[in-house]
Unconditional design. Structure first.
Length: 246
């Protein structure tokens, strides 16, 4: 019989989690807890089944500790991830199944088990302009220093595959690229990625002098942040006041 049981979330990522099942088993006779046949359930759906070999000896009347871990995805697609992020709150994860016990004489018994644990739902990252300043070097040259931030709202690290960007000034495209390739943003932290842009007649056009003379440049940055089952588009706009560089 089970005298205690619990499921713990020993590790969590954006798309999967590792659950640890712990229990105490007591028996009036000598025997062995041979294995656990189990299902891993996430959000009411069975996402994985398996068998964990245990081979834990049982002494009469003495509770024996058993434990096993399983890692399984709770997100199957980018759509799942978006739905969960918008839903917010918690996600119920559970391990359930039967423990197979063999006692003296080769007699086999099964003990049903089930234990669940709530985990925070994964949240999509947010792309922001952390910092932007513009330095006017001449009537026809401005240097823009842009720092894009990827905010990770999750209590676990966020793996990124890339952060694409296309920058415009006053409606004209200046440059584009990809940042944060194979990078990781720490739990509840912001990854910051610098971009340098030059506004000159060559990069923007012959009317750049009149644009710079206004002292205020309208800008836009668009792109998407990607990762495992992650694809989040973003579009940021604003104005940057020009400082005179000495």
């Amino acid at each position: 019989m089970l005298t205690a049981q619990q499921t713990l979330v020993s590790a969590q990522g954006l798309t999967d989690a590792t659950l640890r099942y712990q229990a105490q088993v007591a028996s009036p006779a000598k025997g062995v807890v041979e294995r656990a046949d189990y299902e891993l359930v996430a959000d009411g759906q069975v996402v994985k089944t398996g068998t964990a070999k245990l081979d834990v000896p049982l002494e009469p009347g003495v509770p024996a500790d058993i434990a096993f871990e399983e890692r399984a995805p709770y997100v199957k697609s980018a759509q799942d991830l978006t739905r969960l992020s918008e839903q917010g709150g918690t996600l119920l994860l559970a391990l359930r199944g039967t423990l197979v016990v063999r006692t003296g004489g080769g007699h086999e018994e099964t003990i049903p088990f089930a234990a669940s644990r709530a985990a925070r739902v994964p949240r999509l990252p947010i792309v922001v302009v952390e910092e932007l300043d513009g330095a006017r070097y001449s009537a026809e040259e401005v240097q823009l220093n842009l720092r894009l931030g990827v905010r990770n709202p999750n209590p676990f690290p966020l793996k990124l595959e890339g952060l694409t960007w296309t920058a415009t000034v006053a409606g004209k495209t200046l440059d584009s690229g990809t940042l944060a390739q194979a990078d990781t943003v720490d739990a509840s932290a912001t990854g910051v990625y610098p971009v340098e842009l030059t506004v000159t007649p060559d990069t923007w056009g012959p009317e750049v002098k009149a644009l710079i003379a206004k002292g205020l440049l309208p800008y836009g940055v668009t792109g998407e942040v990607t990762g495992p089952l992650l694809r989040v588009p973003y579009s940021l706009t604003g104005e940057v006041k020009l400082n005179v560089s000495r």
